[in-house]
Design a protein around this ligand. Structure first.
Ligand SMILES: Nc1ncnc2c1ncn2[C@@H]1O[C@H](COP(=O)(O)OP(=O)(O)OP(=O)(O)O)[C@@H](O)[C@H]1O
Ligand SMILES: [Mg+2]
Length: 390
């Protein structure tokens, strides 16, 4: 045996794993084996743990593993939400079977766990929004998925909503720009796969009877079309209403999209201009929060935290002759507000994403203040939340 792995340099070497055995036997043979929730898979998959890090190892034919690894790297380069590739390789060089290793997407949930939760109605809309949003993001970057399904998507909580991640990149293609026909083709694949996934759940009695797979698929398609249209609509405005361009950019930023370019064309009369904005990624708030605090958060969490940083800036500025800089407010927020709350919540929320735990705190503070008709303060909100988590 001459184990042959190509790995990213900053992770473990995976040499101590029982590669000579089929994955189905790792449970008994390997002390690093861990059981975690997962979606439906055709290929054998195991999860292993090194220190605090968890990894997924999937077996497949060698060419498919290499392709999936390369595709995931390209998705990472494009800053798109997908699982992070760590390596690929086989037991002996030239083996037909190989493995691809990815970082386990922390705090993620497969759709089955979400669809079968009692608060399904609450999450359903968000799940459909997240799926449509993920496909739009891929298509904006010229990525054809080729196998969009519920099982090939993972979901992470994001300030009470959900963020979707691509997990299976075997069929992904990169085109720079996608034709209308390719987008439609990808949507047809989504419709067929999601319909199949939901029908299975329904047949297994895991879905409420009133939830119709046809209707759910139509809803995702509708959400996709609506968002795509919003991002690509060309607008006509009178020359003296140029401020509307700024308004449109802000509207798209509010949806989380970063605007890279604005195309402007005047008409012959000189009174009307047509403009179209070109959006790149859906990391607008995420990037801003990261730039200010170094915190990595999901998009809705980041938006919520940035709002609090702005409030904090206003509060600090009241006590000074000059307006406090955003950088200073962000540092104050991180060290005096965010970190102490996250630390206090940690024992009770150690299995939850820290940002989501902080979101719970903000939500609780807002709820209690609304009930009381005045701001109840951070201490009261924190104690109240801790009590309900105990
Ligand atoms: N990095 C990861 N983090 C978290 N979960 C993962 C990861 N990789 C795989 N999974 C889990 O394993 C499931 C199956 O993974 P994947 O879709 O890659 O397998 P597959 O056998 O190629 O699927 P298909 O049947 O579509 O070919 C996913 O739905 C997910 O729940
Ligand atoms: Mg899959």
């Amino acid at each position: 045996m001459t184990l042959h792995l190509s790995l990213k340099p900053d992770g473990p070497d995976f040499i101590d794993l029982p590669w000579q055995l089929p994955l189905s036997e790792w449970r008994e043979a390997c002390s690093r084996w861990v059981e975690l929730p997962m979606g439906i898979a055709r290929h054998p998959i195991v999860f292993v743990q090194y220190g605090e890090e968890l990894y997924a190892i999937k077996q497949n034919v060698a060419a498919a593993c290499r392709k999936e690894y390369e595709n995931l790297r390209e998705l990472q380069r494009l800053n798109l939400p997908a699982v992070v590739p760590i390596g690929h390789g086989s037991l002996n060089e030239g083996d037909t079977q190989a493995s691809v290793i990815t970082q386990f997407l922390s705090h993620s949930l497969p759709y089955r766990n979400l669809f079968t939760q009692p608060n399904l109605a609450y999450y359903r809309q968000f799940l459909l929004d997240a799926m449509a949003g993920l496909l739009v993001q891929l298509h904006l970057n010229g990525v054809f998925w080729g196998d969009c399904s519920l099982s090939n998507t993972l979901f992470r909580r994001d300030a009470g909503r959900l963020q979707a991640y691509l997990v299976d990149a075997e069929t992904t293609e990169f085109h720079g720009q996608l034709s209308e026909a390719m987008r439609q083709h990808d949507l047809e694949i989504l419709a067929e796969n999601v319909f199949g996934g939901l029908s299975d759940l329904l047949a297994g009695g895991l879905l409420p009877q009133h939830m119709d797979p046809h209707e759910t698929v139509a809803l995702i398609e509708h959400k996709y079309a609506h968002l795509w249209d919003k991002l690509h609509r060309a607008m006509e405005i009178p020359v003296n209403e140029r401020f509307r361009i700024r308004e449109q950019i802000e509207r798209l930023n509010q949806l989380g999209f970063s605007v890279e370019e604005v195309e402007i064309r005047g008409d012959a009369s000189g009174e009307i201009i047509r403009f179209k904005v070109c959006v790149t990624d859906r990391n607008y708030f995420k990037n801003r929060l990261y730039g200010l605090t170094g915190l990595e958060a999901e998009e809705n969490q980041a938006r919520e935290f940035l709002n609090e940083i702005q409030e904090c800036r206003a509060g600090l500025s009241q006590k000074r002759p000059e307006k406090v800089s955003l950088q200073e407010a962000a540092f104050h927020w991180l060290t005096r507000l965010y970190q102490p709350v996250v630390q206090a919540l940690y024992p009770a929320t150690q299995h939850t994403d820290r940002n989501e735990a902080y979101h719970w705190f903000l939500e609780r503070k807002w709820l209690l203040s609304e009930q009381a008709g005045h701001d109840v303060g951070r201490g009261t909100a924190l104690n109240n939340l801790l009590k309900s988590l105990a």
